[in-house]
Design a protein around this ligand. Sequence first.
Ligand code: ZN
Length: 414
Amino acid sequence: MKLEVDAGRLSREIDELAAITADEPPAVTRVVFTEPDLHARAWLKARCRDAGLVIRDDAVGNTFIRWQGSRSDLPAVATGSHIDAIPNAGKFDGVVGVLGGLEAIRALQRAGFAPERSIELIQFTAEEPTRFGVGCIGSRLMAGVLGPEADEKLRGADDETLHMARTGAGFAGDLGTVRLAPGHYAGFVELHIEQGPVLEREGIDIGIVTNIVGPASFFMTLEGQGGHAGGVLMPDRHDALCAAAELIVKIEALARGSGSADTVATTGICDVHPGAINSIPSRVKLGIDLRDTDGKRRDRVLEGIKSAAIEIAQQRQIQIATQMLNADEPAASSAEILEAIARACAEEELKSRRIVARAYHDSSFMAQIAPMAMIFIPCRGGVSHRPDEYASIEHIAGGVRVLARTLADLSGAH
Ligand SMILES: [Zn+2]
């Protein structure tokens, strides 16, 4: 099959979508269910209708854009990503997978390909956690990782519930209907920028994602005793910040010592109370992010961090409380889809390597209900979530060709 991607049109579409932003371009800000998000969704649907595709929204605003195959009795093959963007983001994160997915379908249409299994492009609601503090809301609901209770439980600023936000945006209905049965899709493939430096550094066109890490995040609050920085002598102190410093370094050591470079731990928040130069810190809140490709190994490190906290608390006679925010499962790609992607790279004569995805993706949750894999393309300097995020149209077009061939392969070729 001869496959041609319309790189010029795709590039223009990426720019048009980037212009729908709550910020001054080139900064892209499209928080879920805000006016720019709804505008972007309408814009996308118009392009999909032009391609003759059938469009359906579910109760949380996930959009399913279907190219009907000849075998409607068989589960469809799906691709997709997100078009929401954190404040002050760039124009490629998520968008490459959505507009690239659309162009993959159009390229297959132009090539005269007739799918057996239907091919669906999914635009997922709220991949970014900006509004509700939890990311991948659409795919979590689809996979049943989040249940219908999320409607009232998830809250944004001013205590606005997910229910209020989604119905306000025009997505009504029972949230329970968003869930899809395992087997609903025969496979799911997401095209995405790497958001890391590996592919660019090694001059590789395509990253074939074998695993997506499972992230856990949690707060640890240390309660010591405050006091006057002059009046309280050292033997009498229970300084919460000194205890936190010890704990932070221990967290780093535990991650380094896990036995795998895939274990990463970051203490990204350190709130000190009362935060005065002449006052002993009485309370410190640490925000910690821990990720690994192996869920069991991650949980061992997590237990290690908790025991270290207990030990430090005893030695320094302070209190430490842990509040888990989330602990999501890592995902492994489907061997069959990995092979299909590798074949597509060979046909397109693109250089590829296997790679681990280290950020959140909707694919992590789709993996719970369908065989899954991801296709990465390089991005400049590994930079993402910034206005200067950049991927060349050559790399994007290469990714789209690989995606198109993979979808064709999985849908049953004709
Ligand atoms: Zn993304």
